[in-house]
Write a protein that binds this ligand. Structure first.
Ligand code: ATP
Ligand code: MG
Length: 339
């Protein structure tokens, strides 16, 4: 059995659709219009210990819903989840000792207390020994510079300061698994880097398994060994960034700057001219295996001052997956007196 197993998990929410106008409101009181919202549809995947998984998808794809099910806050409508030998929503107390959770949009700290007091409270909740607490605080300080704002009340912390505190609170008991739902949202580049380094260091030193959702491509490039892309609640891709690139990048561009403008070029095997401008010519090559051969032929015959190779960037590839896997029937009416 894998470290984390998600087997054909679905989650649906029943929500009331509010009617417009006074008459609509009265109707809603008497006969509410209920629809089922399918947030997660038959998702299956497994994760091995020590992996860092990027759980991606457009807004409303069902990422936060899956994270909530994985950490036991919500239970699935159908299917099975097992994390580190536990069924998360059934064994919440035991399970919570093994996981750390950070929601970028929600705080787990005590709003009115100095930030450090929240850590002290978590120390007691998780029964962390004083020696281990001191050692962890030193490590957090080194990686996240907590001492700069440790005695400031949480409500006065900036977003970047609070997120660093949230991460420290989530890792105080050294959980084996860390769930992060948009941990870098709204943060400046420096704080993002600190948080990424922190995650990488814990993963490397302690084999902490990480599942994170993010809309930041740099988070994905820097952190994730594997990417899962969800669209309209369904799995659209499971693999590495490299595999994703190979699957979706149709061609590479080679932009060559010649020493002098070239009037005529003999046809090149595997490459077609896309555009020319001054001394520059852009060649399109369909298969990345052919790039080296094309470059060799050009530099053997001409004087070249610069060569740039461009493939599709990760962001545009992910955009393609989002566009191809989209479905429009996310909301299904199950019960209505007015339809
Ligand atoms: N408690 C809830 N009650 C009703 N519908 C919900 C609830 N939570 C989520 N949903 C719906 O489920 C769908 C998936 O929501 P979810 O928050 O999981 O998306 P997400 O992928 O995290 O999006 P984002 O990138 O915007 O954070 C959405 O259509 C959302 O409106
Ligand atoms: Mg979300």
């Amino acid at each position: 059995m894998a470290f984390i197993t998600v087997d054909s998990v679905s989650k649906e929410f029943k929500v009331e659709v509010k009617q417009r106008g006074v008459i609509g409101k009265l109707r809603s009181l008497v006969r509410p219009h209920i629809v089922t919202r399918q947030a997660v549809r038959h998702i299956s995947f497994s994760v091995e210990e020590g992996e860092i998984i990027g759980y991606l998808g457009p807004n409303g794809a069902g990422k936060s819903t899956m994270i909530k099910m994985l950490c036991g806050i919500m239970h699935p409508s159908s299917g099975h989840i097992q994390v580190n030998g536990c069924i998360p929503y059934k064994e919440r107390r035991k399970f919570s000792m093994t996981i750390g959770v950070v929601f970028g949009q929600r705080s787990q700290l005590w709003w009115d207390l100095p930030a450090i007091d929240s850590l002290e409270l978590y120390k007691d909740i998780y029964k962390v020994s004083s020696t281990s607490y001191k050692r962890s605080l030193n490590e957090f300080n080194e990686l996240l510079d907590l001492h700069e704002f440790a005695h400031t009340p949480v409500r006065q912390l900036s977003l970047g300061q609070r997120m660093r505190m949230e991460l420290a609170a989530a890792m105080l008991h050294h959980p084996q698994i860390l769930f992060l739902d948009e941990p870098t949202i709204g943060l400046d580049i420096m704080v993002k880097e600190k948080i990424r380094d922190f995650i990488l260091q814990w993963n490397k030193q302690r084999k902490t398994t990480v599942i994170l959702t993010t809309h930041d491509v740099i988070d994905i490039e820097r952190l994730c060994n594997r990417i899962l892309i969800i669209n309209s609640g369904e799995m659209a891709f499971d693999g590495s960034a490299k595999e994703l690139e190979q699957l979706y990048t149709k061609e590479k561009q080679i932009i060559v700057t010649f020493k002098e403008a070239i009037d005529w070029l003999p046809p090149l095997l595997h490459a077609t001219v896309q555009w020319r401008e001054g001394n520059q010519i852009c060649f399109a090559v369909e298969r990345s295996e052919d790039v080296q051969e094309v470059i060799k032929r050009i530099v053997n015959s001409y004087e070249v001052t610069d060569i740039q190779i461009r493939g599709a960037d990760l962001e545009s590839i992910i955009k393609q997956v989002y566009q191809t896997g989209k479905r429009d029937d996310v909301h299904e009416v199950v019960y209505s007196h007015f339809s």
